[in-house]
Design a protein around this ligand. Structure first.
Ligand SMILES: [Zn+2]
Ligand SMILES: [Zn+2]
Ligand SMILES: [Zn+2]
Ligand SMILES: [Zn+2]
Ligand SMILES: [Zn+2]
Length: 268
């Protein structure tokens, strides 16, 4: 919903009007395709049920929306208007650009009493008088306990009962804190145990690798020895042929099959 046209002292150019609400553009967004502009609060709901520009019907989506061009925005923001609380007594006139800042401090804007649960609503300028006598304002107990209590409840206030209540609350808070601390500690212990178990597993793995390496050193010479034996048998009994490959590999042909062997093995 835009800013009400009736508030403006200037004539409103057509391109500063929203085609959805017919008021002056508020938080304006324009479509990059057709450059038609609308209030953000008007065009987003429109796009939930339409896929075209309300003015020219061009196909559009919310990703085609962008902020109004700087020059256009400046023209819009310079439009002179009255404060929307002028009926309540505010006689301030200002450019649209300063509207939000003025509303923040306008003395005629209705505000709610800050003392919970007071629901009194008054113009901002009258609120200080109310809060001074508000039944819900906090006052310090003058019967001895100095606790802060809602003024309206002071008549039925009993220092001992209130303090007991306070102590009970503190006790509950302390219990909750202890529970949280215990949970923290349990989790830390769990984590420490996990880290310890991982370290032990790593140590076991290192031991295993070491014993495997040792075993390998014992096995390799036996394997080499056996291959040498096998080679001798092949050479002696079957008169196999060797072909040198020049790359430290020997190819042994026997019975139509070829065996590749590193040359170094033969010299062991
Ligand atoms: Zn609008
Ligand atoms: Zn359009
Ligand atoms: Zn005002
Ligand atoms: Zn109040
Ligand atoms: Zn008291």
């Amino acid at each position: 919903m835009g800013v009400l046209k009736v508030l403006f002292l200037d004539d409103i150019p057509d391109d500063c009007t929203c085609a959805v609400c017919h008021e002056v553009l508020e938080n304006p967004r324009e479509f990059s395709r057709c450059q038609h502009a609308f209030c953000e609060g008007c065009i987003l709901p429109w796009l939930e049920s339409h896929d075209s520009c309300p003015t020219c019907r061009a196909p559009v989506t919310s990703s085609d929306l962008r902020h109004l061009h700087r020059i256009w925005r400046e023209k819009l923001y310079q439009l002179l208007m009255r404060c929307e609380f002028h009926d309540a007594g505010c006689d301030v006139t200002l450019p649209l650009k300063k509207r939000d800042a003025h509303i923040e401090e306008c003395e005629f804007v209705t505000v709610v009493c800050p003392n919970k649960p007071c629901a009194v609503r008054l113009p901002r300028a009258e609120m200080p008088d109310h809060t001074e006598i508000c039944q819900h304002r906090l006052v310090s107990c003058n019967k001895g306990c100095e606790m802060e209590i809602s003024y309206g409840l002071m008549g039925e206030h009993n220092c001992i009962r209130a303090l007991r209540h306070e102590v009970n609350n503190l006790h509950k808070e302390q219990q909750n804190l202890l529970k949280a601390l215990k949970k923290d500690r349990d989790e830390r212990l769990k984590l420490e145990k996990f880290v310890h178990d991982q370290a032990c597993a790593m140590e076991d793995l290192a031991d295993l690798i070491e014993s495997l390496t040792t075993a390998l050193f014992l096995i390799v010479p036996i394997v080499v020895f056996e291959i040498e034996q096998w080679f001798d048998i092949v050479l002696d009994r079957f008169g196999a042929l060797f072909f040198g490959t020049g790359a430290g590999i020997l190819v042994l042909e026997w019975n139509g099959d070829f065996f590749k062997l590193p040359y170094s093995l033969l010299r062991l």
